[in-house]
Design a protein around this ligand. Sequence first.
Ligand SMILES: C[S@@+](CC[C@H](N)C(=O)[O-])C[C@H]1O[C@@H](n2cnc3c(N)ncnc32)[C@H](O)[C@@H]1O
Length: 225
Amino acid sequence: MFDAIAGRYDLLNTVLSGGLDRYWRRRAIRTLELTGRERLLDVCTGTADVAMAGARARAGAARVVGVDFAGAMLAYGVTKIREEALEGRVQLVRGDAMQLPVADASVDAATIAFGIRNVQQPEVACAELLRVLRPGGRVAILEFGLPVVPAVRPLYLWYFNHVLPRIGRAVSRHSMAYDYLPQSVGTFPWGDAFGRMLTATGFSQVKARPLSLGIVYLYTARKGP
Ligand SMILES: C[S@@+](CC[C@H](N)C(=O)[O-])C[C@H]1O[C@@H](n2cnc3c(N)ncnc32)[C@H](O)[C@@H]1O
């Protein structure tokens, strides 16, 4: 599915989120408090927006590896990395989040933006993140949630369930991809429920922060005490 929509993916992110997606990704990178020396892993990297944000940030990561199993998404990412002359610092690798092609305890920080919900066994992907992080390493995960203000929920759900799939279908020319988005968000744990999955995996200092009224959550955690 992601291969089929790869060419329109970035445009749709901007249109459907009103440009907020860039802020969410930058915010996730900021929480990692990079110093310029780190090796950062971006899982489910797609077209590499988070991976590039990790390299671009002030005192950004020294090296970034992005992993995704959709070759067409990665191909767009490679082009963007070249256009910004970041190929010396950002590499993309085809691989599965549930079996990362990365050595144990070899990365200082890791991110997943809007990817964990798509992975067949998210708890396996969380365990993989823990395996590849060095002790003390940090993780930042972005995923959709629901507005924390109950009065805003019906309006948001109308947009998310009815308007967004129509725009998605028209722009991506894919019949199902943007029906899948609200369906998958509706069944995935968010807020403290997903935080508990990270804690059960073995992460410490787990925090779930609502962004933009809670339509997105930023989860942060650490490996070790
Ligand atoms: C919604 S996109 C997010 C892309 C990017 N992180 C962003 O912020 O725009 C989800 C990505 O997860 C990838 N994905 C889903 N399951 C995966 C898995 N098991 N292993 C690797 N990539 C996976 C898809 O190929 C897709 O590129």
